[in-house]
Design a binder for this molecule. Structure first.
Ligand SMILES: [Fe+2]
Length: 675
């Protein structure tokens, strides 16, 4: 049974039995021969995947690598062994399914080559048994750029976990993507070796690459592998991967920052990129141990032969039926679901391979304020499906603007696609654990603003009568379909965990917001980035001091320091941020809030970095936002440096027909304008 499981995911098997009980042998630890460290992934009650990369010797000959799995860190009780050849065909990486393990316990593992050279020792944890009622604890993260920041968040995570009681330690790290950034600025090409306030590290340099503007992107498989090798040379990231099993999905940057399906958008031009999509998927498979479906049997990713072709024949959700496109986007299937103890069902989707091309957004009326009128966005976003399939011929914005609807015949914006949506709904319906957790790379919570409430002097900013403006909030059709199902079928414990936004958010998922119905069917938490730049940082660096309405984005304190006022603008409204500018008093500012704007948000910080932990028990789910200062340089201290704040949100399990209710507690530090 384990052999078939291992083969299906391209892993060799490490198993117990008599041969595992060999006497301990002296090992010579040579971390330099395993320069990307070790890792484990996708734990189940009886098995976990183990990973390493044995760097090639100058001869380029293949290596025979053995893995040893032990019940103790000294390897006196070895419980499983296996061995496999590693070659250039997988860029010298390998995967083992360590099987026949016991649920909910720690194991240690190491890899040994034929000469007795050993990797560092990794530690991993199997999933609890399906009926294990103990609280589940894990962390979730996203968005780590090692070329322009430090992995202090992982140091902090390691430091804190080592000091927790055993029963409260993290079982795994859910990585929601942007594990790496494929766009790289080279230090020697930028003034002072800096890019927008960040010191550039010379960690990724593409052998081929392509220069786009001021940065470089990968052009082939070897370039993607180069990025992975560089990223995994980071010592703190290596320590984290050696300490916990990771459960990864990708976001956009593991392939391309601006793309859909197998098509890149470069300088506004659509470029068919099936071969590149396959290369990105292959490199992901080689460096991320996960239970994913890949082409070919055995360890090697047998890349399908594809040609770069434009998309043709879009289906009802915009998926191109062109055969090379389908082959490329299905080459690696990363969506998956798993049970973790009695209390958690985890459903992970691929949010980036099946996305619609996006309609034509040129020729829209010019609006100064950086938001889209809510109704206009919904009509454009849902396109021909708007209003149950009867979109208006023209779009009215407030009292004075009316223009032809360019999306009358376009497919709606979608990212799951029809097939994945059907799978997702099946998994959600079938989930038996109280907490149904959707690992979602970019999140569903709408960001809204109320420019209609600006003072008369700014009347030119926003069309009269246009109502609320939306800053993030596409994919209304798919979200509505899912939220309706959750409501109609009485599904409770529906929880979304997300990344991508480089911001901490906590709130409720609701299909519509006031003045329409506010009807929460679940809760959502978005984690701040590990190191990638936040909107708050970028605005503080780039926004002109004399910009009208600067106060909506930045609060300039008398001492010259800045705070991210955009948090307040989205949580409480434009009036609050203007009162803050006048008085410098956050409480008076909150008293001027627009209560209709964001009843769905409890917390929002567009300037926070760090990670989030989750604790799920039978009747309560708790998250903790652990926020650190901007990680410009690697912390010198064991704890990874100071904390900015630690904020908990708790939600008791609600019953069918009830709405979830979040409570908030500031445990440490000061979240400032994020509440
Ligand atoms: Fe990101």
């Amino acid at each position: 049974m384990f052999a078939a499981q291992a083969a299906a995911i391209g892993a060799a098997l490490a198993f117990g039995g008599a041969s595992a009980r060999a006497a301990p042998v002296a090992r010579n630890e040579r971390r330099d021969l395993f320069p990307q460290g070790v890792a484990s992934g996708d734990p189940r009650p009886d098995s976990v995947i183990l990973w390493t990369r044995r760097a090639p010797d100058s001869s380029g000959a293949s290596h025979r690598l053995a893995v040893e799995v032990a019940a103790d860190p000294g390897f006196r009780d070895v419980v499983a062994r296996g061995d496999v050849a590693v070659t250039a065909a997988t860029d010298w990486t390998c995967r083992f399914l360590a099987a026949g393990l016991r649920p909910g316990r720690e194991y240690w593992y190491r890899f040994v080559d034929e000469a007795g050279n050993s990797s560092r020792v990794g530690r991993t944890v199997t999933a609890p048994a399906d009926n294990d009622d103990r609280p589940v604890k894990f962390a979730f993260v996203s968005c780590q750029d090692v070329t322009q920041g430090a992995m202090n968040a992982y140091r902090r995570m390691l430091y804190e976990d080592a000091r927790r009681p055993h029963a409260e330690q993290l079982g795994f790290v859910l990585h929601l993507g942007d594990f790496l950034y494929e766009l790289v600025w080279y230090a020697d090409e930028r003034p002072g070796g800096m890019e927008r306030g960040r010191r550039l590290r010379d960690i990724v340099r593409y052998p081929t690459g392509e220069k786009v503007g001021t940065f470089h992107i990968p052009a082939n498989l070897e370039d993607y592998r180069t990025a992975w090798r560089g990223y995994l040379s980071d010592p703190d990231l290596q320590d984290a991967r050696a300490q916990w099993p990771f459960v990864p999905v990708w976001d956009n940057h593991e392939f391309n920052w601006r793309s859909y399906q197998s098509q890149q958008i470069i300088n506004g031009e659509i470029r068919p990129a099936q071969t590149l999509k396959v290369a990105a998927s292959q490199a992901w498979y080689e460096f991320q141990p996960a239970r994913v479906r890949k082409p070919g049997s055995g360890d090697v990713f047998e890349a399908p032969a594809v040609e770069n072709q434009p998309l043709t024949a879009l289906d009802a959700r915009g998926l191109g039926q062109e055969p090379n496109n389908l082959a490329a986007i299905n080459a690696l299937q990363i969506r998956r679901a798993f049970r973790y103890g009695r209390n958690v069902e985890m459903i992970l989707t691929d949010n980036r391979s099946f996305g619609s091309p996006g309609g034509d957004y040129s020729g829209l009326p010019e609006i100064k304020f950086a938001a889209m009128p809510e109704e206009m966005l919904e009509i454009l976003d849902q396109a021909r499906e708007y209003g149950g399939g009867s979109p208006p011929a023209t779009i009215r914005v407030g009292e004075e603007i009316e223009f032809p609807n360019p999306h009358v015949d376009a497919p709606p914006e979608a990212y799951l696609g029809l097939e994945q949506m059907a799978w997702f709904k099946d998994r959600l319906r079938g989930a038996e654990a109280p907490w149904k957790i959707w690992g979602h790379s970019f999140g569903t919570l709408t960001g809204r603003t109320d420019p209609q409430n600006l003072p008369e002097a700014f009347a030119d900013q926003w069309p009269a009568g246009a109502g609320y403006g939306v800053t993030t909030g596409a994919y209304g059709l798919e979200h509505g379909e899912i939220f309706d199902m959750v409501r109609e079928e009485g599904i409770t414990g529906f929880t979304i965990l997300a990344g991508d936004r480089h911001a901490f958010w906590a709130g409720y998922t609701s299909k519509t917001l006031p003045p329409r119905a506010f009807d929460p069917v679940g809760v959502e938490f978005v984690t701040g980035s590990i190191s990638a730049q936040t909107l708050g940082e970028v605005q503080a660096l780039t926004m002109p001091k004399d910009r009208p309405l600067r106060a909506l984005n930045i609060h300039d304190r008398p001492d010259g320091s800045m705070e991210c006022a955009w948090n307040m603008t989205l949580l409480h409204g434009v009036q609050s941020s203007l009162v803050l500018k006048e008085t410098g008093d956050a409480d008076r500012a909150r008293a001027a809030r627009n209560p209709e704007l964001a009843p769905h948000l409890k917390f929002l910080d567009y300037a926070g970095h760090g990670y989030t932990t989750v604790r799920a028990s039978r009747d309560e789910l708790e998250t903790e936002f652990v926020c650190i200062p901007v990680p410009l340089e690697r912390s010198e201290t064991e704890d990874g440096g100071p904390l900015r704040y630690r904020v908990a949100h708790r939600v008791p399990l609600w019953r069918a027909g009830e709405a979830p209710r979040l409570t908030q507690e500031v445990l440490e530090g000061d979240p400032g304008l994020a509440v």
